[in-house]
Design a protein around this ligand. Structure first.
Ligand code: KIV
Ligand code: NA
Length: 276
């Protein structure tokens, strides 16, 4: 299993990092089998798997429930878990308590938090000191979608770009293990990547980030209808899945399933009980 030190070494060696979200046992097992560098139990679980409108509805209990399943499926893959909405904004003490719970109960290797609020650097520093690595997340931060006014590309003008660059440096300085950059122009992501020593992991941030992350269901086109511009689907499980279910229905209706090959047969007919 990779460690946070390996992530840094990989950046130094210009070796790209692969990361995918996973939310349950089978997706985690598959990611580990595919030899993914890192798994993220994203709070995107709320939208992708639970059908919520946004990640704002996701709770600590949701994250723990799903992260535990992921770790059972991928015990040997470096796994980060998202701290959900408002689990780290009430007070430092409250944030540390939630971080402890999420880290301890899930057996994860790392936590992830969004944004750079006034308390973020101290929070990350306190966690790093306590032995809990944290991945930072800048650019489009879905938990603050109601303040950002929608899911839009961030850092598009000079001021916003400068703020993002400075925030990224702050994240690296306070001891963040890596930095997710979501929906920022390629050129800005490249600048940030070159400016800090911790790995950047891009999603909608171009090819110059040190690594890439995508949502499992987007990669497989599984249960998702509209895909954002930055997503590339590498399979179409919507179609293959539906077709498989249709074949099953049709074989049941036509009495072709189950055939004898999928049934248990008596060796001797006289073993059957007498009927009346
Ligand atoms: O929750 C999530 O899936 C994420 C990734 C998009 C980085 O935070
Ligand atoms: Na997230």
């Amino acid at each position: 299993m990779l460690s946070v030190l390996d992530l840094k070494t990989m950046k130094e060696n210009n070796e790209k990092l692969s990361m995918v979200t996973a939310y349950d046992y089978p997706s985690a097992k598959q990611a580990e089998q595919a030899e993914m560098d890192m798994i993220l139990v994203g709070d995107s679980v709320g939208m992708v798997v639970l059908g919520y409108e946004s990640t704002v509805e996701v709770t600590m209990d949701d994250m723990i429930h799903h992260a535990k399943a992921v770790k059972r499926g991928a015990p040997n893959t470096f796994t980060a878990v998202d701290m959900p909405f408002m689990s780290y904004h009430i007070s430092l003490e409250d944030s540390l308590r939630n971080a402890k719970r999420l880290f301890q109960e899930t057996n994860a290797q790392c936590l992830k938090i969004e944004g750079n609020s006034a308390e973020t650097p101290l929070f990350i520093q306190r966690l790093a000191e306590a032995g809990i690595p944290v991945i930072a997340h800048l650019g489009l931060t879905p938990q603050t979608v109601n303040v950002l006014g929608g899911f839009k590309v961030q850092g598009k003008n000079k001021d916003a770009g400068e703020k993002l660059l400075n925030d990224a440096k702050t994240m690296a300085d306070c001891g963040a293990a890596a930095l997710v950059l979501e929906c920022v122009p390629k050129e800005l992501a490249e600048m940030v990547t070159n400016a800090i020593s911790i790995p950047t992991i891009g999603i909608g941030a171009g090819s110059d980030c040190d690594g890439q992350v995508l949502v499992y269901h987007d990669i497989l086109k599984y249960g998702v209808d509209r895909l954002p511009k930055f997503v590339k689907s590498f399979a179409d499980f919507n179609d293959t899945g539906t077709e498989a279910l249709q074949s099953y229905i049709s074989e049941v209706k036509q009495k072709n399933f189950p055939d004898d090959a999928h049934s248990f047969l008596m060796k001797h007919n006289d073993s059957l009980p007498d009927n009346g």
